[in-house]
Design a protein around this ligand. Structure first.
Ligand SMILES: Cc1cc2nc3c(=O)[nH]c(=O)nc-3n(C[C@H](O)[C@H](O)[C@H](O)COP(=O)(O)OP(=O)(O)OC[C@H]3O[C@@H](n4cnc5c(N)ncnc54)[C@H](O)[C@@H]3O)c2cc1C
Length: 472
């Protein structure tokens, strides 16, 4: 085919500029972590749950050599330390936490204790028998958390009378009915609730029906941190708080540098750092850190409680893309979280205007669900970061050039229960007992690639905008 010279020149220039743009994008993606470094800082936890933070342990005050160093004192870190000591009581295990245990998502969440992983919640994968295995594994873990709480003598307000996913549209109702039919045939004890049945359980008639999972429940997250911290220490793990790890020199024996200048040498390392892992140079391209907001009312009076009629007291989340979740505490406080998540460039902190907009959104939604609570003030409001994986599926596994670094990541807002399942798996992987877990899809799986800044920001903002449109 004949192409005129001017067009040929144009095509050549376009090809040159196009490939130049792609190469610069690839180059920028490569050098981005060196340009936009993330500070090793940890915002204090301003949640209602933080009022119950257990007394903090002293920081590390000397250099030490250990078998296993766990970085992070959230649910993943504390449960890993507990299970590693259970599996290998001869090993010296330490947990190093930058602030107090539960300062991260574990002490800031929506308190819903859920079965399954986020990607398989109310959705069958291509392998329903595996879905059933994951249901059984996660339901059994909730019972185990209740046993641990009893064994430590710490009441973590764990209520296991079920959770609801309330359904916003008739299409959601059809999908839930189909799911329940198939799940029950597989032996999962879940139920579909009609609009009337749901209204008499939670007192709100704004939804079309509900999916009920009797295995789930709710908990006081910081009291659960206390349970896991106590269990880990009783099993012989040492926990140092206000001990931030600033750098890791990887090897057969890792060398960790703490903020106070002390050195920890460790044969194995557990990265239980959730959204902070990239600050230590790990898991940078595995998830998107998004911020969610939660608010809590003062205790409701008996009259207010009777007026709204939340008889069954069980927590619920809705079926919208921008999900809302609500719970009623033992002290009759209502907490509501969710709505529009936000993303700040390079994992920065959001501005005040944004926080105010989220607060107004949560107020509006509470008043919509329970009109009698319209205008009720929030006593506490806070936020926290969630490690979203691109397919909302989590991962637990090992990495590092000597294969002696273990991690759990990508819980995607579904980690209150799953974290301690992963703690158990991490302990087995660390002890080279991989066989019982090999079949599970989240073990040693590769996560979808998330690019570095500024591409992550562009992708996250577009994704969240799409969520917003779908959520309306
Ligand atoms: C607002 C919100 C609502 C949520 N609601 C729910 C819900 O209702 N149900 C549910 O199942 N899940 C929910 N989740 C998710 C759940 O809370 C998390 O998946 C879970 O708590 C993750 O626990 P973790 O131990 O892995 O991480 P984290 O609890 O974040 O712990 C990581 C810890 O590592 C420490 N750390 C990090 N870097 C270093 C370092 N360099 N040195 C030392 N220490 C370090 C941090 O200080 C932090 O304490 C929610 C999360 C948020 C934020």
């Amino acid at each position: 085919m004949f192409v005129p010279a001017s067009r040929r020149q144009f095509l050549r220039k376009a090809a040159f500029l196009g490939s130049g743009a792609l190469l610069s994008a690839a180059g920028l993606n490569e050098i981005s972590p060196r340009i936009w470094r993330q500070p090793m800082s940890f915002e204090p936890n301003g949640s209602y749950w933080a009022r119950s933070q257990p007394v903090q342990n002293p920081p590390l005050a000397t250099d030490i050599s250990v078998d296993v160093a766990v970085i992070g004192g959230g649910f993943t870190g504390l449960s890993s330390a507990y299970y590693i000591r259970q599996a290998s009581p001869q090993k010296r295990v330490v947990v190093l936490e930058a602030r107090g245990c539960g300062n991260g998502a574990s002490g800031r969440n929506g308190a819903m204790v859920l079965t399954m992983t986020d990607d398989r919640y109310m959705v069958f994968s291509s392998d329903p028998s595996m879905d059933k295995r994951i249901y059984d594994l996660t339901a059994q873990n909730i019972r185990h958390l209740a046993q641990l709480s009893a064994a430590t003598g710490i009441d973590c307000d764990l209520e296991t009378n079920g959770v609801l996913q309330v359904l916003n549209t008739s299409d959601d109702v059809k999908a839930a009915q189909a799911y329940v039919k198939k799940a029950r045939a597989l032996g999962m004890p879940v139920e579909f609730w009609s609009k009337q049945q749901l209204a008499s359980a939670i007192g709100s008639s704004v939804y079309e029906g509900a999916f009920y999972d009797p295995s789930g429940g709710q908990v006081h997250p910081m009291k659960l941190v206390h349970v896991l911290k106590t269990a880990a220490e009783s099993a012989g793990a040492e926990i140092y708080e206000n001990t931030a790890v600033m750098a890791i020199e990887e090897g057969r024996q890792h060398v960790l540098q703490t903020a106070s200048g002390h050195i920890v040498r460790a044969k194995s390392l557990v990265l239980a750092t959730n959204v902070f892992a990239p600050r230590l140079g790990y898991l940078r391209n595995s998830f998107v850190p998004v911020r969610e907001y939660v608010a809590m009312t003062a205790p409701l009076s008996e009259r207010q409680l009777a007026d709204i009629g939340w008889q069954k007291r069980m927590p619920f989340n809705d079926s919208r893309t921008e999900v809302y979740y609500l719970g009623l505490t033992k002290q009759n406080r209502i907490h509501i979280g969710g709505g529009s998540p936000s993303y700040a460039f390079n994992d920065g902190t959001p501005g005040r205007a944004l926080i105010g907009a989220h607060s107004a959104q949560l107020h509006r939604e509470l008043g919509r669900i329970f009109p009698k609570l319209a205008g009720v003030e929030f006593e506490v409001e806070w936020d926290g970061e969630i490690d979203w994986s691109l397919d909302e599926s989590p991962a637990v596994g090992r990495t590092g050039k000597d294969n002696n670094i273990f991690y759990g990541i990508g819980y995607s807002g579904h980690g209150v229960n799953l974290t301690s399942v992963f703690g158990r798996i991490i302990a087995d992987l660390e002890a080279d007992r991989e066989d019982p877990w090999k079949a599970f899809p989240f073990v040693n799986r590769s996560l979808y690639y998330v690019p570095n800044e500024p591409f992550r920001c562009i992708g996250a903002k577009c994704g969240l905008a799409w969520y917003r449109i779908m959520g309306e």
